[in-house]
Design a protein around this ligand. Structure first.
Ligand code: PRP
Length: 208
C-alpha cells in the first residue's frame, strides 16, 4: 500500500479528483466526512485527510509515503522530502501587500506581519532590509489596517480580501501551487509504484 496524505479542504477535493481520474479511486472517501483514513485496496493506496500545513510533516517523517502540499508550506518549512510534480492546482502567489497609500522610504525598520516567518525573513534578508517580524495566525490583512504593521507577507489568490480591505500588492515573492511530494526512504523502496502514481497524475494535469 502507498500511504497518501491529502490536504483537507477545497484544495484536497480537487487533488483527490485528480487521483481518481489517474486511476486511484476510493469511493468511500466521498461518503464519510468525519473519517480521516480511507483504504482503496484494489488500487493499492490508502488516503489520509491532513491539515494542509501538516502534510509535509507526515511525509517527511514517513507516516505518509507521498502527499500533496502547497509550495508556500514547502518554502516556509523546507521539509527534507522530494518534490516530484507541480499539480497545477491551488495556484496563488506569495506577496507583500500594504495599504494603497503606503510609501516605503527604506529608512526605518519595516514592520512585517505574516504567518510565513521564514519566507518573510529570507525575502527581506536578500534585500538587506531590517524588519520587525510580527507573527500572526490568520486574518493577516487586519495588521496594516490597524497599523500593527506596515506591510504583510501573505497568500493572494483572487485578490478579493486585499481589495475589500483597501490593500494592494506591492511585490510578488513567489508563484505558489500544489506539489506532489515523497518521503525519501519511501521513494527509494517503493520507487516503481510512486513513479507510476506521479506519471498518472501528470497525465491528468496535462489533459486539463
Ligand atoms: C488566505 C490568505 C488571504 C486569502 C487570500 O486566507 O491568508 O487572507 O486567503 O485569498 P483571496 O486573494 O482570494 O482573497 P485563508 O482563507 O487561508 O485564512 P487565514 O485568514 O486564516 O489566513
Amino acid at each position: 500500500m502507498i500511504n497518501i496524505a491529502l490536504p483537507k479542504g477545497r484544495l484536497g477535493e480537487k487533488v483527490y479528483a485528480m487521483f481518481e481520474l489517474a486511476g486511484y479511486a476510493c469511493p468511500s472517501i466521498k461518503e464519510n466526512n468525519r473519517k480521516l483514513v480511507f483504504d482503496a485496496e484494489d488500487v493499492g493506496v490508502r488516503y489520509f485527510w491532513v491539515k494542509p500545513s501538516d502534510v509535509s510533516i507526515y511525509v517527511e517523517r514517513g507516516a505518509a509515503d507521498i502527499g500533496v502540499a502547497g509550495k508556500d508550506i514547502l518554502m516556509e518549512y523546507e521539509p527534507d522530502v522530494y518534490e516530484l510534480l507541480d499539480l497545477g492546482v491551488g495556484k496563488c502567489r506569495m506577496a507583500v501587500a500594504a495599504k494603497r497609500d503606503f510609501f516605503d522610504d527604506g529608512r526605518r525598520t519595516l514592520k512585517v506581519a505574516t504567518k510565513f516567518e521564514n519566507i518573510a525573513k529570507k525575502y527581506y534578508a536578500t534585500l538587506g532590509r531590517d524588519i520587525d517580524l510580527i507573527h500572526l495566525n490568520g486574518s493577516i490583512e487586519l495588521a496594516p489596517i490597524l497599523s500593527l504593521s506596515d506591510v504583510i507577507v501573505d497568500i493572494v489568490e483572487t485578490g478579493t480580501t486585499l481589495r475589500e480591505n483597501d490593500l494592494e500588492v506591492f511585490e510578488t515573492i513567489a508563484d505558489i501551487s500544489a506539489r506532489l511530494i515523497a518521503n525519501k526512504a519511501s521513494f527509494k523502496f517503493k520507487t516503481e509504484k510512486i513513479e507510476e502514481i506521479a506519471r498518472a497524475i501528470k497525465a491528468v494535469r496535462d489533459n486539463d
